[in-house]
Design a protein around this ligand. Structure first.
Ligand code: FES
Length: 234
């Protein structure tokens, strides 16, 4: 099957973006967007669908196993992991790739997601005391630990924007985990930060639930984080 891969590109030294398309042929059912990008970049002379010479496509990846979140991008309008999106999911053969729009674009499909990690630091999401584990907290911690901080939930969220007071769903799994494992005293500061940066800004659209590549039940985490945050105050 022949795919037309259309990429919204931006050069490092040029603010203006542009679209460039590439042909990619494969018969393999296992091929993903990530493997297609790798194969295109391996060509000795990359050229676009108009026959023009093109520079290599910049995109991020590390694990290629849905574990690091680095390859998150917008694929046919939906935030997804390139290493998870199979080409066979697009039988019409047109695949449109764009960088996540909620973060500054570095080049092509590479974005700077550091604000997401800075937000976690601002919320001081760590424990100074020993964790307290119960059967219930263990289950919630396990689900929370599935989060790979890819940023797909932030891309789809109508309330998140980079630099805003609302830190979005990506802050919830860590908060949830710490809240469920901390004693009342240690929870106090976490609850304060949670109320300020998550609880107050979430419009409960739950759009994040449909795009999480790890299929985390974000609604369940949110409900539990809210409940624990409320009850631990008393
Ligand atoms: S490369 Fe790690 S999640 Fe895709």
């Amino acid at each position: 099957m022949r795919y037309r891969i259309e990429i919204f590109r931006k050069d490092r030294d040029n603010e203006k973006g542009y679209c460039q398309s590439f042909w990619y042929e494969t018969e393999s059912e296992a091929e993903t967007v990530a493997s297609a990008l790798t194969a295109l970049n391996e060509q000795s002379a990359l050229s676009d669908t108009d026959g023009n010479t093109a520079r290599k496509i910049e995109w991020d990846c590390s694990c290629l196993q849905k574990k690091c979140g680095a390859c998150a991008m917008v694929i046919n309008g939906v935030p997804r992991l390139a290493c998870q999106a199979k080409l066979s999911e697009f039988p019409k053969g047109l695949i449109k790739l764009a960088p996540l729009s909620k973060f500054p674009v570095v080049c092509d499909l590479v974005v700077d997601r550091s604000i997401m990690f800075e937000n976690l630091k601002t919320m001081k999401l760590w424990l100074t005391e020993d964790a307290v584990q119960t059967d219930k907290s263990q289950q919630l911690s396990f689900e929370s630990s599935e989060c790979i901080q890819c940023g797909c939930c932030l891309e789809i969220c109508p309330n998140f924007y980079s630099g805003g007071k609302f830190y979005g769903m990506s802050a919830v799994p860590v908060t949830m985990r710490l809240l469920s494992e901390s004693d009342k005293k240690a929870s106090k500061e976490i609850i304060k930060q949670y109320a300020k940066h998550t609880f107050a800004g979430c419009g409960k659209s739950l759009a994040c639930r449909n795009v999480c590549p790890k299929k985390i039940d974000t609604e369940n985490l949110l409900v539990n984080a809210n409940a624990i945050a409320i009850w631990k105050r008393f």
